[in-house]
Design a binder for this molecule. Structure first.
Ligand code: GLC
Length: 754
């Protein structure tokens, strides 16, 4: 067993901690899966073995071309087959007509719901609630498995700090600790405790690894990530998912420090297999093995196949390198037969663990699309409600009091498809309830008067034709609710933006509405943090809704009217300007940290000033060093106070734990839900540590005036940090603790690790 901890200068029961790691790893395989794979391998021809390594996206799933491949055992997986009858025919052909009766594993991108679409993952991260993610992933698994899909290409665990990157929408945000907590919840939700259950599917953690650091936020771009950053920021969510028993892993498109991930033996041999003892299988991303030629790492397809096979990629998605070259590479002695057998074994074991040899079929009577049940709607609505982040609420313009006249305006107020967000393949507009529809129900109930005037036809609309009607609606109302942001297609894969602001004429319309003098509530639907500097002065309240999914309308109606209090917290920092990117809370202090007392903004520098190299600190001449909104930030309709912080001891020995407790009080006159956050700073270490690192959070609902004592337990894993070799270091010294409602939490004291 490779200890993840290197022997320390001071003795420390590393084996105990390492053992805990192993015991907590949730093995999804049992001996029967392993035995079945070995028995089949004994019987398989080379062609059948290589067939298991091939995944295709069939344009005609039940056409003879593809059924012929299934019958001949020359394909091991299909993706994007979702019609139950097609799945039934394919699996029946595999079980009854192929020589060895090996079923296919059927994959699909089920990123934030299958038919019932939940908030995009960045919105789910804003719930800071693993239970919400587990419940939603279990719902997605039920819906998908019912039609015969048994594998999802999720969760996406790419930590990122770049709002330009379109795939931030799919991510867990900027922080590895929060990302790891959510990763465990996704795997539990998709896989449950028995992968063969008829309502569970195999998870596929992606994209391994470092994709979220695509240079300049441009998708598919190069990533240069120092080992230190890899171990402390990029890998922890993946490690958490593997420890939770994730069955599969997907390679990333990017080249990592010059080596494309799909040919990166460090990632897939050393880290994933040797250190983490991963037991499942690895699938390439779409064509990512082929793309090693474009990367300039493989001279031809044969070389790409060789490099990917050596690196440990088991299954090839949608490109022919393995199909066309693996057999010859073995015949010529370039690759060993045992390497091929290892790949086949990894795949067969997962198929067996999924119960596919017994029952690969859709549920009896299943139809596509599966119905969106009331239970599913309730799950999606609660997730959306918890995902919304209240970032501004001047004069308590929210919640909207009963009886008020509301002007509902904006290009996303009545867009049942756009509110689903990116990667919502199986979601449908006809199931989706828009904000306009939900507000119409409010009006019908008599509690509010609502007048709708979109003002703009879509988020990129530059026409002012609708302005007059919108302005008239505003003038006749008590309050404006403006639902703006980005259409779904403006985020997600291949959709990075160099200017992540409100598209079209939305800013112009907001300025015009502000001139009516009516209070404006801005609701943003977007797949990324947007830079809103130009409109923050126009609005009185800001509710960040991400892309909330099928139940966006009812969820927003509940939160805007106060039926449900907002409780979301930002999982990612919001910049003021693109020039600040990457900007994130867990930065290093530097040798010359920003000093507000000595900062001279550009316009105040005397003309003709001479250069000086004295007394300079880390800042910009033309922009604040502060973000617009902070990681962990989010308001409620009430207020909270943290008091009476206590430590179980002022000193803690290596290997022991220290408890930090704090009293949290709801100081307002309505109930509210707070996410109490604990951050830590190791004041001096052999490798510089961030000024703060999230090490604990608790989401708690309190009645008005209620006080609850919260306790956080900090053990060795919280105090340790990885070195560039990935081994944990635990070093004596002083640790400062911060507890509060976001990453600006005040210090509550220090303790010594001896
Ligand atoms: C895409 C994405 C990946 C997805 C796969 C299958 O290119 O990068 O996240 O799962 O192909 O659709």
């Amino acid at each position: 067993m490779h200890s993840i901890f290197r022997p320390l200068p001071r003795l420390f029961p590393l084996a105990l901690l390492a053992l805990a790691q192993v015991l907590t790893a949730a093995p999804f395989l049992d001996s029967s899966d392993i035995a079945r794979a070995d028995e089949l391998l004994e019987q398989m021809t080379q062609e059948e073995k290589i067939g298991q390594l091939i995944q295709l996206s069939p344009w005609e799933p039940t056409g003879e071309e593809f059924l012929g491949l299934v019958r001949a055992g020359q394909v091991g997986s299909f993706l994007n087959v979702i019609e139950p009858e097609a799945v039934r025919l394919i699996q029946k052909t595999a079980l009854k007509e192929s020589r060895l009766g090996i079923p296919l594993i059927i994959g699909r991108d089920i990123i934030h719901g299958f038919r019932t679409i939940q908030p995009i993952p960045l919105g789910l991260a804003a719930t800071w609630n693993p239970a919400v993610i587990e419940e939603g992933s279990a719902l997605a698994a039920r819906e998908a498995r019912s039609v015969g899909v048994n594998w999802t290409f999720a969760p996406m665990l790419d930590v990122t700090r770049d709002p330009r990157w379109g795939r931030i929408a799919e991510s867990v945000g900027e922080d590895p600790f929060l990302g790891a907590a959510l990763a465990r919840a996704y795997v539990r939700g998709f896989q449950g405790t028995d992968l063969s259950a008829p309502d569970r599917i195999a998870a596929c953690v992606k994209h391994f690894a470092g994709y979220g650091f695509s240079q300049a936020g441009k998708d598919y771009n190069t990533t240069w990530i120092p080992d230190q950053q890899l171990w402390e920021t990029v890998l922890p969510p993946f490690k958490a998912a593997i420890d939770a028993g994730a069955a599969t892993v997907m390679t990333a498109f990017n080249d990592l420090n010059g080596i494309p991930c799909s040919g990166n033996a460090f990632l897939f041999r050393e880290v994933l297999r040797e250190r983490w003892e991963f037991e499942g299988f690895v699938v390439s991303d779409w064509g990512s093995i082929d793309q090693m030629m474009s990367h300039g790492n493989a001279a031809d397809m044969r070389e790409a196949a060789r490099l990917a096979a050596l690196a440990g990629v088991d299954m090839e998605m949608a490109s022919p390198a393995y199909r066309d070259h693996l057999a010859a590479l073995v015949e010529e002695g370039v690759l060993g037969q045992e390497m091929i057998d290892e790949k086949v074994r990894n795949i067969l074991q997962v198929k067996s663990a999924l119960g596919l040899f017994e029952n690969p079929y859709p549920a009896e009577g299943a139809s596509y699309p599966p119905a969106v049940t009331d239970e599913a709607r309730a799950i999606a609505r609660r997730a959306a409600e918890e995902s919304f982040v209240l970032l501004k609420n001047e004069e308590s313009v929210l919640p909207l009091a009963e009886g008020r006249k509301i002007a509902l305006i904006g290009p996303l107020a009545d867009q049942p498809y756009e509110q689903l967000g990116t990667w919502s393949f199986d979601g449908a507009a006809e199931d989706s309830i828009s904000v306009r529809a939900a507000f119409a129900e409010l009006a019908a109930a008599g509690n509010h008067e609502v007048r709708f005037a979109a003002g703009l036809g879509h988020s990129r609309d530059r026409s002012s034709e609708g302005f007059a009607e919108a302005i008239a609606a505003a003038e006749a109302a008590d309050v404006v609710v403006f639902v703006g942001g980005e259409e779904a297609i403006l985020s997600g894969e291949a959709h990075s933006r160099a200017h992540p602001t409100l598209p079209g004429a939305q800013e112009t319309l907001l300025h015009a509405l502000a001139r009516t003098g009516k209070p404006i509530v801005l609701v943003i639907m977007a797949g990324r943090p947007l830079i809103l500097e130009n409109v923050l002065g126009d609005i009185d309240a800001l509710l960040y809704a991400w892309h909330p999914g099928t139940m966006a309308g009812p969820a927003l109606a509940n939160v805007l009217t106060g039926a449900v209090a907002p409780s979301g917290k930002l999982p990612v920092t919001f910049p003021r300007a693109v020039g600040q990117i990457p900007i994130f809370y867990s930065h290093r202090n530097t040798g010359r940290p920003f000093n507000p007392d000595s900062w001279v903004p550009m316009d105040e520098i005397p003309i003709g000033a001479r250069q000086t190299s004295l007394g300079n600190e880390s800042h910009y001449l033309d922009e604040s060093v502060e973000p617009r909104f902070h990681f962990g930030e989010g308001l409620s309709y009430t207020t909270f106070r943290y008091t009476d912080a206590r430590f179980s001891s002022a000193e803690v020995a290596v290997g022991e734990t220290v408890e930090v407790s704090v009293a949290l009080t709801n100081t307002g006159d309505v109930a509210g839900t707070e996410v109490a956050q604990l951050y830590l700073r190791d004041l001096a270490a052999s490798i510089t540590r961030p000024v703060r690192e999230l090490k604990g959070f608790q989401k708690i609902t309190l009645a008005p005036g209620e006080t609850r004592t919260l306790t956080f337990v900090l053990g060795p894993e919280a105090l340790a940090f990885p070195g560039p070799d990935g081994y944990a270091r635990l070093e004596a010294g002083t640790f400062e603790v911060f507890v509060g409602g976001d990453s600006r939490a005040p210090s509550v004291g220090t303790f010594e690790l001896r």
